[in-house]
Design a protein around this ligand. Structure first.
Ligand code: NI
Length: 193
């Protein structure tokens, strides 16, 4: 009985804290080198994954080797000189979790930053047409109408919540990356190729 209670309380503790699943760990630590393989719409299994809704990140994932490795590898993947991007969402490396990396062109040094559970609270900016591409949609670009300003809520890598107003091209990247977390691609919204 005592043993059963210990097992039960461990299970409850695990489910409330969360953490990455073993399938997710396999992807995070799998393959060779830091650059991860990108999910693309040209592959059927990838395509289904890219069209799925991602699950929230949880507190149990914070300050883990899994998260540190995932961040390092997503960064290496989006900064791959052979196939560079300005943003990347976790589903693009096969992890259906609400996490994105965005290049902050609105900050000095234009660093990449990570955002957990990002949400757009408001889009007060005017809509403007702009060119977009996506690492998951090879060899294509399209024109998409996006808000030039967004109010964003997210958690940082320590799971601390923030609200921020972002403008210009960086706001467009956020809209594109957050769409990925709901299975939406820019090609769904583009006005012309
Ligand atoms: Ni994309």
């Amino acid at each position: 009985m005592k043993k059963f209670l210990v097992i039960l309380s461990c299970a409850l503790l695990l489910s409330s804290c969360g953490g990455f699943t073993s399938a997710e760990r396999e992807v995070i630590f799998g393959g060779e080198g830091d650059i991860m393989s990108l999910t693309t719409i040209s592959n059927r299994a990838d395509s289904l994954l890219l069209r799925s809704k991602s699950q929230p990140m949880n507190r149990g994932m914070v300050a883990t080797e899994e998260l540190a490795t995932l961040c390092r590898r997503m960064l290496a993947t989006v900064q791959n000189p052979e196939n560079e991007g300005v943003g990347i969402a976790a589903p693009q490396v096969g992890i259906l979790r609400r996490m994105v990396a965005v290049q902050r062109f609105d900050k000095e040094g234009e660093p990449f930053e990570f955002f957990l559970n990002p949400e757009i609270l408001a889009m007060p900016g005017e809509m403007k047409l702009g060119g977009e591409g996506c690492l998951s949609v090879p060899e294509m670009r399209g024109v998409v109408s996006r808000s030039q300003q967004i109010v964003l809520r997210y958690r940082d890598l320590d799971f601390v919540e923030h609200t921020d107003t972002v403008s210009g091209f960086t706001a467009v990247i956020f809209q594109h990356e957050i769409d990925h977390l709901d299975g939406v691609l820019y090609i769904d919204k583009m006005e012309k190729e």
